[in-house]
Design a protein around this ligand. Sequence first.
Ligand code: PA5
Length: 486
Amino acid sequence: MALTLKSGFSFDYDNLFGEGKVTQADLDFYAEDLKKAHEAMKVMRRDGFIKAHLSKDGNPEKVYFSKLPYITEENGKLNLNSPASIQKLHDFTEHLRNNTDVVVSLGIGGSFLGNKVLFDIFCGEFWNTWTKEQRKGLPKVYFSGQNIDARRTGDIINHLKAMADHIGRKLKVCLICISKSGGTLDTMSNFMVMYDALQKAENVEVEVVAVTDPNMEKKTLLKQIAVDKGWQTFAVPDGVGGRFTVFCEVGLSTAAVIGMDIEKFLEGARDMDIACQNDDIWQNPAMLNAALKFAASEKHGRNIEVMMPYGDYLKSLSEWYIQLLAESLGKQFNKDGKDVCYGRTPLVAVGTTDMHSQTQQHQEGALDKVVQFIKVDKWANDLTIPNAFPEYQKLADISGVTMSGALEVARQSNADALKSNKRFNACFTLPELNEYHLGELLYLLAMSVAYEGELANVDAFNQPGVEAYKRIMGPKLQELKKSMGL
Ligand code: PA5
């Protein structure tokens, strides 16, 4: 059983729905809740309203991520992504092309994870070793700010300085500092360390671009510095939480740096949004995905979701999803203030790698998981396994097969084995790994957690839990400064 869209994108739920799995009776039990969740999504799309959603300051806050796929301007009213904002991103690509050697993208959480997905999928591991011609004049790209790790930050700085020593002219570096709140410790500490070190390096020329809340009345710290210093800025719009920002200028800044087809990416998201407006659950990928996972958790105790794409460069997609699911649904209190401690736990896995580490647990461990596979149907640049050692039968037996064929056989075998032992699993299939289908997939996952928030009656758009450590960390940092005599 699968829901297949016109584009070829599909959601195969055969090993998740039916006898001994989530049943029709389970879904019937939630029929009213599903109807309400679907209505709530309509209201969210229309008005940006989500019942009981409050910002971290305790004020009602709009939710606008579902507007992002639409590049529109009506009667002078610009959408969050408009023809003008997309043009600005294209201009940024051209500004960087043949003009900037290196971009360092600094951010954490929602200001990093989606960017890394785009880079890994469209650039791969060796982008920075390619010649400028191979990169079509676009810069090398490094990520920083996603930890407070002096060793790696120092490594990047030393690497850039060494690069500068070799090129016989000034190395042009663009630091893209991404922070919606504009003051996150992890991001800003790395940014300051890097900015300071590179400014002082004689043979490095530094440009800074800030991506932050654009509000001019109540400027973030980063916005204030950008205004003071005259840096170019991109916006993290109001009503778009960190984990939903891959479709706004947070993610799109990286898309522009690497010359991705931004319009196709948003088109995929848009077509998925349209599919997710279908009132029929069997034709609505987000409603179906959310309903099956919610029922699997509530009715069958499968409250861990292993996100397991097949393919090395898809691992960061799994990491992106971890944040989306964990921050959206891991909530102690529901919308009525009742202590529910809800939240399916997400786990990162990647095939085939983790078949050799985690699969034992998935196959025989506690019956508490849904394994969510992602597969790509047609890989570009496939390789055929040659008959390099014909005299060895075991190797000769696997020769002649493409690597993508072998990858899919491994995934299917994993799915079949899990199924044979009552282990729930499902699969999203992307016909190809391109901007359009990636847009479809990421948007589907974002919309699914929005549905599940309504089903579980928790606010999928806040993250009060992360404030707890922040309240402790601030004073502790001050204590540290004091103990150092500063
Ligand atoms: O989802 C979230 O809101 C967080 O993960 C943030 O993205 C993360 O803390 C970074 O915040 P900021 O962009 O404000 O620096």
